[in-house]
Design a protein around this ligand. Structure first.
Ligand code: NAD
Length: 777
């Protein structure tokens, strides 16, 4: 080619990155790897191959872990943990800083190895994956340094089992290992079977950085090894991967008292309004769906374009697709590399071929004949319910549909079981800031996409899982409160046969949608005092009553949009009305439990004041992320909370869950203390006179054991809390796997109700949504 030819075409020439250093590192290990346990490599065992998906070439052989390997790694982590925690925040900060520095020094080697093993363009591994991974270690070195002063009530969990996918092997490892180590935990991590190499290089570098033996352990292998880690004696499981596997892990860890975070799949909407800067939005969508060949959990894989500009936008998009460069991932001028494995290639192909709707457009670009390449594809004209609009393809395939109004855009965007990320483009900041809070997603990008930073938590809602990685909110999942309750004994209802204390005894009804409601089943039971006196009768709720209560909660959506000030007023008003009837409530508690009714009523009034106080003060944050702009961490209500209330404090236990839930804008379905339910049925008379909108608080009475499965399995509840003295933690965690709702269970441990308030409760009553807003022309 002559210089003249080059000027004519203005084409990029190849700019290949050398792989010789990475290959030399592999060769230095004889091309064969064991696990990294206790600060060194074990002898190789049962081997499997890891390949370069761009060529099919075998890069190395790694070991499929056995149960014994996993047990050994967990033992090493367990032995190392007390010493690592005892090093103190500053000691750990120095080691994490050293890790960040060594990753910087070896950044090119890490990037090239990642590209070889995964198939992603070197431009991405060099400029995005590796710098973000380093950034995580720097940021969390700081978190380690600040732990003692900023989190004085928290302690490490112990040993964390961590399982990561293949799409961002080193980055996902960093997201998991950095916060775990910062908070004084040790880890056993499994990289994905397709991409184990950077984890093994990282392990080796960690020794150079001074990480003590046993603090980081890496075991390799497939899903079976993941299952072994899930089943091992660890204190936490942190999983990133598919929703299907996440669900299995939820079930497998149920009732074991483990901390669990699940970062799962997504089908994130990319919304383009008709006033958007269309050319920028085109560059954005290229990044949203063709970054890492679309193998991105938060990929903007569902394009929603406003009707008036749809034709123009699609035309521009087709033109842009024609300019994408696909080929050798080690070429620095390449936009799109290879998908990770032939298995993934087949999955994408199968899903696209099965679709019979809409119109398929394949980018008219050169696709290499060897290697796992799938061409950039756009499918337009799909209906919102089409499989490809609903299911994660996890490849370079964009599906698209149109909308008319902002309200319709929100409805279509939220028409998915997922809730990971969302992107929106408009030049109208008012519209953007109106729409962003309405989107069911953990992260929202305005006029930008795929922005990440260690200071801003990342994670989803709904079936995209629970927990956050990064930010202050990410840390709580790697710590626990220092105080631990005693073993909780089952509180049994009193029995008796005496005549009713009140000759006008009525059966207390349920409280649903602001009204007293008879139980669907028509059953009730007698409630007796400690000496056997008949205090009254209480309704026994069933599944239908749960459904009715959830329907009533759906009718009270507006509560989430009320101001903190308005919610505070109502909480104070409830406290005021309770105070006016304190003697009557105290007498009722005394009659029910034989305990000190006055103190419990007094504590309940105080608690309501506490949450009246918090309602307008539990604010989010404005994160200083490294862009020209800001990431707003907004505290949003979780949604619909069901809570099984404590038996040992029938009024205070009830108020302690209703308070934080209401204060943060949630709707509540509270199941009263099973043993002493009449304090709760009296309480709804207070609610009736305190301006609480219908459906915001609903109270059921009955058997915790019978109601818990209906709450946990209900697909339209967002979270279940259990403070019941019946041991229901396992059942609730297991049944919650259906829609992957958040759970907060007591694991049969007592709660100190005198102090059970504040930030921990508010955290459980909220989700953090990070809204990224770049600024400047
Ligand atoms: P995957 O669930 O098949 O595998 C993820 C990891 O889990 C791998 O290490 C795998 O070996 C292991 N695994 C498989 N079966 C297991 C089991 N039964 N028990 C324990 N571990 C098991 O997912 P994948 O195909 O590797 O990754 C793609 C998925 O990951 C997509 O759904 C994507 O959206 C999701 N993802 C989510 C995030 C996030 O932060 N939310 C980030 C990246 C990827």
């Amino acid at each position: 080619m002559t210089v003249h030819d080059i000027f004519e075409t203005m084409d990029y020439g190849p700019a290949p990155e050398s792989a010789s250093e990475a290959r030399a590192w592999i060769a230095g290990h004889g091309g064969v790897f064991g696990h990294w346990i206790g600060g060194r490599f074990t002898a190789p065992g049962d081997l499997f191959e890891t390949r370069n998906p761009a060529t099919g070439e075998v890069l190395a052989q790694v070991t499929q872990a056995s149960e014994a390997d996993v047990a050994r790694a967990v033992r090493a982590a367990r032995r190392a943990q007390p010493g690592w925690a005892a090093l103190g925040g500053h000691g750990r900060a120095r080691v994490l800083y050293a890790l960040a520095r060594i990753m910087q020094k070896q950044s090119r080697l890490l990037a090239v190895l990642e590209t070889l093993d995964n198939g992603k363009p070197i431009r991405e591994s060099r400029d995005i994956d590796v710098p973000l991974a380093q950034r995580h270690f720097y940021h969390h070195a700081g978190m380690a340094q600040l732990m003692d002063s900023e989190l004085p009530d928290r302690e490490p969990l112990g040993v964390c089992g961590q399982i990561v996918p293949w799409n961002f092997p080193l980055l996902m490892l960093s997201w998991k290992i950095a916060p775990a180590l910062a908070m004084g935990n040790t880890v056993v991590l499994k990289p994905a079977e397709y991409t184990p190499l950077t984890a093994l290089l990282f392990a080796e570098l960690s020794a150079e950085a001074g990480v003590p033996p046993g603090v980081i352990n890496i075991v390799t292998g497939d899903g079976a090894v993941g299952e072994m880690i899930t089943g091992a004696k660890v204190d936490k499981i942190a999983f990133t991967g598919s929703t299907a596997v996440g669900r299995r892990i939820r079930e497998a860890t149920a009732g074991r008292g483990l901390s669990l975070t699940l970062e799962l799949g997504g089908k994130s909407p990319y919304i383009v309004f008709d006033d958007a800067d269309l050319d920028s939005a085109i560059e954005g969508i290229v990044d949203a769906i063709w970054f890492n060949q679309g193998q991105v959990c938060c990929a903007g894989s569902r394009l929603l374009v406003q009707e008036g500009v749809a034709e123009r936008f699609h035309a521009k998009l087709r033109a842009r697709m024609g300019n994408l460069r696909m080929g050798d991932p080690l070429d620095k001028c390449i936009d799109i590399g290879a998908v990770v494995d032939p298995v993934q290639h087949e999955t994408i192909t199968r899903m696209v071929e099965a679709n019979t709707e809409g119109e398929r457009y394949v980018a008219p670009i050169q696709v290499p004949s060897i290697g796992c390449y799938y061409p950039p594809t756009l499918i337009t004209g799909l209906t919102p319910a089409a499989t490809l609009m609903q299911e994660e393809i996890f490849g370079p395939v964009l599906v698209s549909t149109t909308f008319r109004t902002p309200a319709e855009a929100v409805e279509m965007a939220n028409n998915t079981r997922y809730g990971l990320a969302a992107t929106l483009w408009t030049e109208n900041i008012n519209l953007a800031l109106d729409v962003a809070p309405k989107l069911a997603a953990g992260v929202v990008w305005i006029n930008a996409t795929n922005l990440f930073d260690a200071a801003a938590g990342f994670g989803g809602v709904r079936e995209s899982g629970f927990g956050r990685e990064g930010g202050w909110e990410g840390l709580s999942a790697y710590t626990r409160p220092k105080t631990r309750g005693a073993v909780l004994r089952r509180v049994m209802p009193f029995t008796g046969s005496g005549a009713p204390l009140d000759p006008l005894d009525r059966t207390a009804k349920l409280y649903i949608g602001g009204k007293q409601a008879r139980p669907d089943g028509g059953y009730s039971r007698a409630v007796h005092g400690p000496k056997g006196a008949l205090l009254g009768h209480v309704s026994l709720a069933n599944r239908k009553d749960v459904r009715n209560a959830v329907e009533a909660m759906n009718g009270a959506r507006g509560w989430a949009r009320t101001t903190g000030h308005a919610r505070a007023q109502i909480l104070y008003y409830i406290a005021e009305n309770l105070s006016a009837r304190r003697a009557e409530f105290a007498a009722r508690i005394r009659a029910l439990t034989g305990g000190d009714g006055e103190s419990e009523v007094e504590a309940s009034i105080r608690r309501l004041f506490t949450y009246g106080a918090w309602a307008d003060k539990f604010d989010g944050q404005a994160h200083g992320v490294p862009i020209r702009g800001v990431a707003l961490a907004m505290r949003e209500p979780v949604g619909k909370i069901a809570a099984l209330c404590a038996d040992e404090a029938p009024l205070l236990g009830l108020v302690s869950v209703i308070g934080p839930a209401m204060a943060m804008g949630n709707r509540v379905l509270a199941v009263a203390s099973e043993a002493f339910p009449l304090a709760a049925t009296d309480f709804y008379q207070i609610l009736e006179t305190s301006d609480v909108p219908a459906g915001v608080v609903n109270i059921l009475t009955g058997s915790h054991e019978k109601l818990a499965p209906h709450l946990a399995a209900h697909l339209d509840l967002d979270t279940v809390w259990s403070f019941s003295s019946s041991d229901l933690s396992r059942l609730i965690e297991e049944k919650s796997a259906g829609n992957l709702k958040r759970t907060w269970v007591n694991n049969a441990r007592a709660t100190d109700w005198a102090t059970a308030e504040g930030r921990l409760w508010l955290d459980h009553a909220t989700e953090v949504k990070n809204i990224w807003i770049p600024w400047g022309e």
